[in-house]
Design a protein around this ligand. Sequence first.
Ligand SMILES: [Cu+2]
Length: 152
Amino acid sequence: MRKLMLAMTLLAMFALAACGGGADEEPAAAAPSAQEAIAQVLKVTAHDLYYNEPDNLTNPPVWTVNAGEVFEVDLDNQGGLQHNWAIVKPGAEVPVPFDPAANADLLLWDAGLVDPGQSEAAQFTVDDPGTYTIICTVAGHYPSMQGQLVVQ
Ligand SMILES: [Cu+2]
């Protein structure tokens, strides 16, 4: 009986390996490419000096993602200055002006500086649910340039 079980197990493993799915039991989850693994894409337009609409101070843009899932930030810089999109660590107070070198430890993650007229994409995952402050890290751009990331 034990030999039969072993033989069946080996046969099953071979069959799975043969169809390219590895040891995955859910067909839909078979080896997703990096592109397929991105759960959400956040479209962010950067201007001098705001995201999306020029009212970030009174009506900050809100982006929502799911905890533990990969999201992509598509940062489209339509301004004439460099801009960034950064997640501030929970509970951290953002100094004004923000100094990107001295205050780097306040950031959970940043998409990276994007040059004027350029568009860049970067991926990240936040594990802990909550509402995070989003800032542009270029000195003087916060608080004018800010938003919120809701991780649900
Ligand atoms: Cu900026």
